[in-house]
Design a protein around this ligand. Structure first.
Ligand SMILES: Nc1ncnc2c1ncn2[C@@H]1O[C@H](COP(=O)(O)OP(=O)(O)OP(=O)(O)O)[C@@H](O)[C@H]1O
Length: 254
């Protein structure tokens, strides 16, 4: 498991509006589907400049937890605070705006528009986030350069899997998110490419000052995070499954 980062060694947050408290604070969240309890009083705090990996059996509710953080699902009870705002209390419209302003997401297959160039994919996200065209283009080029992907040499659909995921990371960063969520970001990559994408991904909390939550089945990926937790029985526990409480694991004190 990686080193826990303290507030003292965080980098500046790249011009983003300051966030009060941790970018993600989930408090006593419960969520049921039918007769299944997926989240059962779950707690999770992720500080700026740090990463958390969430593992767990298939169907345990990992994506559901991400959906709660995104505000696409509202827990039956509990709070989900993103960038200092309880998103469970917002109207769907305000929640969507809040998501656009404060969260970036990377999915397993990138979910990019294959016929557009990399820079067009990233610019599009910037425009949707309310940036001017000039700003979006400048930032998109800067991010793609930083992540080592050619901006407009070819269409995104012709890129390799690793290059596509780097474009997806650039797209997720264009709104300077306080919170970056990644759902199986390396699930479709070979081992060498996975390791390269992990190098980039897990550096982002330090280089961009965001909080990062990665959901993965891959223990090698999970071990790259500052904290590795397992979703089991609706709560987050230390992945080694030792005699710990969810709160203790969540605090990183277990
Ligand atoms: N809208 C829904 N209606 C009914 N069941 C759902 C719905 N959304 C999720 N589920 C069920 O809830 C459970 C948890 O789903 P979720 O996708 O959160 O699990 P997961 O841990 O991310 O799984 P995986 O690792 O396979 O991606 C699954 O059994 C899923 O079928």
């Amino acid at each position: 498991m990686g080193q826990q980062t303290t507030s003292a060694d965080r980098v500046p947050n790249q011009g983003r509006a300051p966030v009060a408290g941790a970018p993600l604070v989930v408090t006593a969240a419960s969520y049921r589907i039918g007769d299944r309890t997926l989240l059962d009083g779950l707690d999770l705090t992720v500080e700026s400049g740090t990463s958390v990996a969430v593992t767990g059996p298939s169907g345990s509710g990992k994506s559901t937890l991400l959906m709660c953080a995104l505000g696409l699902i509202t827990p039956d009870s509990g709070r989900v605070s993103v960038a200092g705002t309880d998103v469970t209390a917002l109207s769907p419209r305000r929640r969507a705006h809040h998501r656009r302003d404060h969260i970036g997401v990377v999915f397993q297959f990138g979910e990019l528009l294959p016929e557009l160039s990399p820079v067009e994919n990233v610019v599009l996200a910037g425009l949707l986030a309310g940036q001017s065209r000039n700003t979006a283009v400048a930032q998109a080029r800067e991010l793609l350069d930083e992540l080592g992907v050619p901006a407009d040499r070819t269409s995104t659909g012709r890129l390799s899997g690793g290059e596509r995921q780097r474009v997806a990371v650039a797209r997720a960063l264009i709104n300077r998110p306080a919170l970056l969520l990644a759902d199986e970001p390396t699930g479709a990559l070979d081992q060498a490419t996975r390791d390269h994408v992990c190098d980039l991904l897990f550096a982002l909390p330090r280089t961009h000052g965001c909080a990062l939550v990665v959901v993965t089945h891959d223990g090698t990926v999970a071990d790259r995070a500052d904290r590795r937790l397992e979703l089991r029985g609706g709560v987050l526990v230390d992945h080694r499954g030792g005699p710990t409480t969810a709160r203790g694991a969540e605090d990183g004190t277990a």
